[in-house]
Design a binder for this molecule. Structure first.
Ligand code: NAD
Ligand code: IPM
Ligand code: MN
Length: 350
């Protein structure tokens, strides 16, 4: 028997709603497996901030560090100034735990509605850098609120940070059948960072002669994601470009309700964190209509990361079956979670 210590950050809005279903499916797939899950739920997000002014304390971080993995719902609430929770909690976790690989797979399951008329085989993964770029908070503003205001956000790209994520992306490309890697950047304009990324891909690529490499500027990449997404296998990109193109990638491959992600610390010096790509969706929070599938697929990524490969595959297969049978009849968050758990062989009450 094995025990997994899982830190839970349900967070805000639909976060707790989708995490509940993710856990239901986790319990279902592990039933009878001999693997038990010890859960620690952390009260982080808008409620905590309103009550205490805290986003993520050192003590919270230490608690989280002691776990094998983190499952997060979503962070962000209209009652909290924009950026406070996103930066002070979510990004703080990604940075502090060195989640330098933000892994965002896109696979169009058979039968899933897509806005594309003829999508072809959509099965690619975005390796989004997770600890650098314009996200680091290296910026500032002067003369705020005056006509002379200057506001800067500086994109930080280090040779160390770019190389480690590029290496990870090449290793993933090498392990996939098509062995194809696309660098997405904007080196025609962002010449300093762009050329560092380009040189790094060229240098690391020399160690992977079987991987074919190409390049797209980020603006053109958004065209290809719509006109010819089948061309992509592994995309490696900067933190901000990766954020933007993965919402687009979600939109073409079944919608944001299906898009999963892993914030991976490949060196395993801290726990990795799994979360849906979507946010707290205040527009639908409390209505019971959020699709928990993205969280369930994030649980699958988590199982994979923990070495529970067979369980990970069973969860993905249950999702694929469920999606294949969707006929447009609306289902609640709970109904979808129940249906997935039931496919994994657990009877659901009610
Ligand atoms: P969002 O992803 O929350 O919502 C965008 C749209 O997608 C909305 O129309 C929403 O209803 C829909 N949607 C999202 N998840 C869905 C689901 N599971 N099922 C069905 N529909 C779903 O993005 P936003 O509106 O730009 O941001 C809302 C808040 O979430 C903000 O505070 C933002 O900072 C935060 N956010 C957090 C994360 C995160 O925690 N990782 C990610 C993105 C945004
Ligand atoms: C995401 C979100 C976050 C990001 C925000 C909420 C900090 O949009 O996980 O995609 O930009 O990374
Ligand atoms: Mn995003």
């Amino acid at each position: 028997t094995r025990t997994i210590d899982l830190a839970l950050v349900p967070g805000d809005g639909i976060g707790p709603e989708v995490v509940a279903e993710g856990l239901k499916v986790l319990d279902a797939v592990l039933a009878g497996s001999g693997v038990t899950v010890n859960r620690t739920e952390l009260e982080l997000g808008a409620k905590r901030w309103h009550a205490t002014g805290e986003t993520l304390t050192d003590a919270d971080l230490e608690t989280i560090r002691g776990h094998d993995a983190i499952l997060l719902g979503a962070i962000g609430d209209p009652t909290v100034p924009s950026g406070v929770l996103e930066r002070g909690l979510l990004l703080k976790l990604r940075f502090a735990l060195d989640h330098y690989v933000n892994l965002r797979p896109s696979k169009l399951f058979p039968g899933v509605p897509t806005p594309l008329a003829d999508p072809g085989e959509v099965d690619f993964v975005v390796v989004r850098e997770g600890t650098e770029g314009p996200y680091v908070g290296n910026g500032g503003a002067i003369r705020v609120g005056t006509p002379a205001e200057v506001a800067n956000e500086v994109s930080v790209n280090t040779a160390f940070g770019v190389e480690r994520v590029v290496r990870d992306a090449f290793a993933r490309a090498q392990a996939r059948p098509r062995k194809q890697l696309t660098l997405v950047h904007k080196h025609n304009v962002l010449v300093h960072a762009g050329h560092l990324w380009r040189r790094t891909v060229e240098a690391v690529g020399a160690e992977y002669p079987e991987v074919s490499v190409d390049y797209a500027h980020v603006d053109a990449a958004t065209i290809y994601l719509v006109t010819d997404p089948a061309r992509f296998d592994v995309i490696v990109t900067d933190n901000l470009f990766g954020d933007i193109i993965t919402d687009l990638a979600a939109a073409i491959s079944g919608g944001i309700g299906l898009a999963a992600s892993g914030n991976i610390n490949p060196d395993r010096s801290a726990p990795s964190m799994f979360e849906p790509v979507h946010g707290s969706a205040p527009d639908i929070a409390g209505t019971g209509t959020a699709d928990p599938t993205a969280t369930v697929l994030s649980v699958s990524l988590m199982l994979e990361h923990l070495g529970l490969t067979e369980e990970a595959a069973r969860v993905s297969a249950a999702v694929a079956e469920d999606i294949g049978e969707r006929d447009g009849t609306p289902r609640t968050t709970t109904q979808i979670g129940d249906a997935l758990a039931a496919r994994l062989g657990v009877r659901v009450a009610g």
